[in-house]
Design a protein around this ligand. Structure first.
Ligand code: APR
Length: 226
């Protein structure tokens, strides 16, 4: 199979019951992102931020992968397919996907901002949790906040530079650098396809509009029959 890069956003997990950010009842309509998704917000009130992520971690544990996660998991077994996700949930992994690049980090991981150690996050994180490696009470969710650098960007850009096909699933295309991936892919000569509940406004060679649980399995079946 030609090199394929698949980018996903919150719309991929919407039908599993996890909220999106900018839809009608999205997370950023319920919380002030500057308070719960920035380093400054964490410095101001770590307990509030940890409580926000504890709630999202509980929602994630109660959710189940949907047909779109399962279809992408099947596709991820192909040698030249890479799944890049903005999502911090583990539903792709729980569907059996391998090699997923979580560019915004993972709810299931914790980070010590004193020494950089990472470990599997407990269900409930507290501000006075001590780092297992250095003992500092400096633990945080291993997620990328606004103003921080997303993870694995060099790897992602290298993949986009060699892609023959770039597919964007369930993302509004409003947050950079992910919103710029379609342009990098096009510059590399890739065909670009969007699978989304509504057109995101970025220009793709093809846009298919509908729910991920319908569009993604159908597209994966097409890819596997090629
Ligand atoms: N199927 C397909 N697409 C869907 C579905 C669905 N069932 N439900 C919603 N969508 C689409 C919406 O139309 C929208 O375009 O998913 C997109 C969700 O957009 P956002 O809420 O902006 O989420 P996302 O694009 O993932 O946000 C990007 O912003 O706040 C940061 O770090 C956060 O990773 C997140 C980033």
């Amino acid at each position: 199979m030609k090199p394929v890069v698949v980018l996903s956003g919150a719309g991929l997990s919407a039908e599993s019951g996890l909220g999106t950010f900018r839809d009608v009842d999205g997370l950023w309509t319920q919380y002030d992102l500057s308070e719960v998704a920035t380093p400054e917000g964490f410095a101001r009130d770590p307990a509030l931020v940890l409580e926000f992520y504890n709630a999202r971690r509980a929602n994630m544990a109660a959710a189940a992968p949907n047909a779109a996660h399962r279809a992408l998991a099947q596709l991820s077994a192909e040698p030249d397919v890479t799944l890049v996700t903005q999502n911090v949930d583990d539903l792709l992994e729980r569907a059996g996907a391998t090699g997923v690049i979580h560019m915004h980090g993972e709810l299931s991981r914790a980070l010590c901002h004193a020494c950089g150690a990472r470990w599997d996050a407990p269900d409930v994180m507290a501000a006075d949790d001590a780092c297992a490696a250095c003992g500092a009470q400096a633990t945080r969710p291993d997620v990328v906040w606004f103003g921080e650098i997303p993870y694995r960007m060099e790897r992602i850009e290298a993949l986009l530079s060699e892609a023959a096909l770039f597919v964007s699933i369930g993302t509004s295309g409003t947050v950079y650098p992910a919103a710029g991936f379609v342009h990098l892919a096009r510059e590399a000569g890739a065909r670009t396809l969007e699978l989304n509940l509504e057109a995101s406004g970025s220009t793709f060679d093809e846009s298919r509009i509908g729910p991920a649980t319908e569009l993604v399995p159908a597209w994966v079946a097409e890819m596997r029959s090629e």
